[in-house]
Structures are given as C-alpha cells and as structure tokens.
Design a protein around this ligand. Structure first.
Ligand code: FAD
Length: 370
C-alpha cells in the first residue's frame, strides 16, 4: 500500500520504518523537523521497571531492536547514531509504604529472566556513593537499562528511513482530510496534536495531553550517576554529560493544548526538584539548575498506547498514547502498528477497546503505581 505517516516523532518514525520493512511505500510527513515535538523534550530513560507485563515486553523488544537500528545507521554513515544509546544501571528507591511497589517491580523483572538485585540502605550506599540513603530505604537495581538520546536516536532513524526508501517530508503540515485521498492508508502519530488532527473528520479518541517537566542540573560526577526513580521523593534523574544530570517530575495531570502551554519549567518545579536532589544526592547541596523545560505527553484511560485501526474509518490507523514512556517503547510499537496495518493488530493496544467512551477520563501517571 501507499501509506502516509503523519508526525515525525519517535513513534511516527518507528512506524514508518516498520511499515517500509513490510514493503509498503511510505511517506513520513512532519510539520516541523523530525523529532521536534515531545521527542525532543524527553529524558530518554529506558527502564525495565514497567508497571505491567505487556509494557515490559514492549520495552525489552525496543531495547533489543536498538542495537540493530544503530548498527545499520552507522553502516549508512550516520555518525550521530553512535550516541543514540548509553547503558546505565537503573534503580528504584523507596521505603515504608512504597516497599510493596518495589516487590512488584522486582518480581516482574526477575520473572522475565533478568537479574534484579535488592539492596538495603547500607548496601545501596556502598554501591552508589553519589546517592544518600537513610535507614529503612531499599533499592532494586536493573543492569540492562540505559538512556536513549532522542536527537541521536532520531538521526539514526532518519538514516534507516533513507535506507528503506521512505520519503521524509519536513516542514509539511498535514490536513488529514486532504491527505487521505492521496494514499491507500494513513497513520496518525501526531503526539499531543493527534486529537486536533482527528477532530475535523469527527473522530474523538480517549486521549488527553498532559504536561510534564524536566531540569538539567550541574552536579559533580553527574555523567556517572545511575538512572534513579525515587518513589519517596516523587522524582527521577538520569546521567547527562560528565558534570550534569537531568531531573524530572512536575507532572500536571490536566488537559493541555499543544499550541498553548508554557514550554519553560515552572519556578515551583525548579525549586522542588532542587530540594529533592539535596535530599537524595551526596553532592546535592552543591548542585545548580542550568535549565528547565516542559513538554506534553498523551494519556489514555488504561495508560497503555493506542496502536491500530481507528474505529469506523477504513484506511486510517493511529499510534499515540505514550503516557510518558514513548521512546522506550517506540521501535516495538512501530512493529505493532505495522502488524495492525497487516490485519494482525494486538487486542490490548486496539484503539477500539474503550468502546464509545469519550475523552473525559481521569488521567493517571506515576512510576510503578500499578
Ligand atoms: C519532560 C519529558 C520527559 C520524558 N521522558 C521520557 C523518558 O525518559 N523515556 C521515555 O520513553 N519517554 C519519555 N517522555 C515521553 C516521550 O517524549 C514521548 O513518549 C515521545 O516523544 C512521543 O513520541 P510521539 O512520536 O508520539 O510524539 P512527538 O514527538 O510529539 O511527535 C509528534 C509529531 O507530530 C508532528 N505533527 C503535529 N501536527 C502535525 C501535522 N498537522 N502535520 C504533520 N506533523 C504534525 C509534530 O510536529 C511532532 O513532531 C518524556 C516526555 C517529556 C515531555
């Protein structure tokens, strides 16, 4: 089929690549440049600590496919691809009422045959001297995790798209009604813009865009710190360059419009994240916030992606509903979308699974919150 993919973020680019791999003739249409939307704002953490088995599998599949994507992009001469993946241990820390969440996360990772070490506060302090632990804290550690650098990842995907003869049109804003007549099929992967893209054709899916924030902090040894999810202090961090790390939270679970939200971090967020860093990092008192920003993620009622045929709209598919974890599931979701186009969509990702439910649902987020 001749297929247009609308939206050149991590999900649209992954879908275009998977569709081309199944011998479709694919055009990827992006109104800005590849990866300029939420994908450019992401922390890029890939963590095994998923909140259900299905997402664990999507994350593991994406991690497995990253190596080949990067190797093929490097072979095509895309040097930036080298920086697309950096491995780092990730740990989840909690105490008291949060310990059952650690149990659940640990059980899932171990059941899927990966090692997941459990450390008490003394052992954690010895293993991760850059962090501070108090009596009662416990940590679980996964060694296979790492960071997807969004810019380098998109460069790798761009090289792969070229190898697979996908036509990439940037600065090409799409009106869905116009584009549908020109292709056999259209995939909408517009991130926070998906709702607005579908509105003119009368489609209303159960999705809402919410805002979440990230800050870059100068901190000694930042590049060597592990990926951290702190259940007690409600924030996460990941190593950045040699002397810096990213720290995030500041999530606002209410609907936002992609053309009308503040892309800068709020002063309250910067203040609160700095306090949490002081509490959890040995050199936290010396850390300085360098910059902060906000981006939009797409929530669904069950926190799982929408990946498949749009109900009642022949030749139209959708891939969105990242719920804040789109990069780490991107390559697997691209394949799942290509399966759906081939008539073998996964029922648990089917956009029709909510029936006629509208987009008024209570958004949920939160790491390991089940
Ligand atoms: C602060 C923050 C931290 C995050 N951290 C992580 C993390 O650690 N790990 C992780 O896995 N995920 C993380 N995410 C989530 C991740 O960024 C998203 O899940 C992912 O980028 C979603 O990709 P997407 O392709 O759906 O959306 P986008 O990247 O937004 O792509 C949609 C694209 O559609 C284009 N578009 C819109 N309208 C049109 C039109 N009319 N015509 C053509 N193109 C159009 C846009 O320009 C955009 O490029 C984070 C997000 C934020 C905001």
């Amino acid at each position: 089929m001749r297929i247009a993919v609308v939206g050149g973020g991590a999900l649209g680019a992954s879908a275009a690549l998977a569709l081309a791999g199944r011998n479709h003739e694919v055009e990827l249409l992006e109104r800005g440049t590849l990866g300029c939307g939420a994908s450019a704002k992401a922390a890029g953490i890939l963590s095994s600590f998923a909140w259900n088995d299905a997402d664990y599998r999507l994350i593991a599949q994406t991690r497995g496919a990253l190596g080949e994507t990067i190797a093929l992009a490097l072979a095509a001469g895309e040097r930036a691809a080298r920086g697309a993946w950096r491995s780092a241990p990730s740990l989840v820390v909690g105490s008291g009422a949060n310990l059952p969440k650690l149990d659940q996360l640990q059980e899932r990772v171990e059941r899927h045959t990966e090692e997941c070490e459990r450390l008490d506060w003394r052992a954690a302090a010895a293993a991760f001297p850059g962090l501070s632990f108090r009596p009662g804290d416990e940590a679980i550690v996964a060694q296979e995790d790492g960071v997807i650098e969004a810019g380098d990842f998109l460069a790798a995907l761009r090289a792969r798209l070229e190898q697979e003869s996908v036509t990439v049109r940037e600065n090409h804003a799409v009106d869905l009604t116009a584009v549908r007549g020109r292709f056999d099929g259209v995939v909408v992967a517009g991130g926070a813009w998906t709702k607005g893209l579908l509105a003119p054709i009368g489609v209303r899916l159960p999705i809402q865009a919410y805002r979440t924030q990230l800050a870059s902090l100068a901190i000694a040894g930042g590049g060597d710190l592990p990926i951290l999810h702190d259940l007690d202090h409600h924030f996460y961090t990941r190593p950045e360059s040699e002397g810096s790390m990213l720290a995030g939270n500041g999530t606002q679970l209410r609907p936002f419009e992609p053309e009308q939200y503040n892309e800068a971090g709020d002063p309250e967020f910067v203040h609160s994240v700095a306090e949490r860093v002081v509490a959890r990092f040995a050199d936290g008192g010396e850390a300085a916030v360098r910059s902060s920003w906000a981006g939009l993620c797409v929530a669904t009622p069950d926190r799982r992606p929408l990946c498949g045929a749009v109900p009642g709209q022949p030749g139209l598919w959708v891939l969105t509903g990242d719920n804040g974890f789109g990069l780490m599931r991107s390559l697997a979701l691209g394949e799942a979308l290509a399966d759906a186009v081939g008539g073998r969509g996964a029922a648990d990702l089917d956009p029709a699974r909510f029936g006629a439910a509208g987009d008024a649902f209570e958004m949920r987020e939160g790491y390991g919150s089940g």
